[in-house]
Design a protein around this ligand. Sequence first.
Ligand SMILES: Nc1ncnc2c1ncn2[C@@H]1O[C@H](COP(=O)(O)OP(=O)(O)OP(=O)(O)O)[C@@H](O)[C@H]1O
Length: 218
Amino acid sequence: MREDAIEICHLKKAYGEHVIFSNLTMELKKGAVTCLMAPSGAGKTTLLRILAGLEQADGGKIGGLEALRKSMVFQEPRLAEELTAAANIQLAVRHRMFGKEKRSFRHLVEEMEELGLSGCENQAVSELSGGMRQRVAVLRAMRMDADFLLLDEPFRGLDAGTKKKTMNYIRRKGKEKTMLLVTHDLEEAEAMGDWICTCSRLDGILEIKRNRKSSTEI
Ligand SMILES: Nc1ncnc2c1ncn2[C@@H]1O[C@H](COP(=O)(O)OP(=O)(O)OP(=O)(O)O)[C@@H](O)[C@H]1O
């Protein structure tokens, strides 16, 4: 088994009669960002859910996932509605904070500012806009001490300026981590991905191309 990649081999998934993929083979380089682009309904979210351990494949193998701590940003942010933005983000890290709680809170506020969420710390997430909720979900996922980040259209609905801030934050925070980012936007893929996989369906051997345009500061 390779140590430098997550290897997805001959993966199968169907919902009843509906075959989503029957022989999906691809590899994700560890410590790199892979962007996945495929049409709506191709099964990208399904693949992410299988990799996150939220769903089971019907066949095939995935190597190199076992020891990895995973964290996912869903297309629709899943937040604890009755809690504040800060409390939602802290849910991910509370068990690691201990005596560092105060310092960590300051740091959290700084990161919220960086993503244009200043002053939202104590606001209930149910009162936030869709784009704000999306960034709360991104912050929560990125602040978890995960090795493998699964990001399902994390920039959906963000304006250009906020998207840029969020992209820079994810690249900085996710340095050296393994990421699989799903997007429909080639510019996003070129700005974020070390590797890009563009396909019309998630089946067969998916080709991953190195992205020469990737940079750390967008
Ligand atoms: N729990 C489920 N039960 C039955 N069918 C499902 C289920 N989840 C997904 N599907 C179907 O699987 C197919 C792939 O869905 P998926 O959400 O993985 O696609 P996607 O590539 O992420 O699409 P999009 O780009 O629109 O988000 C769709 O036809 C969808 O209806």
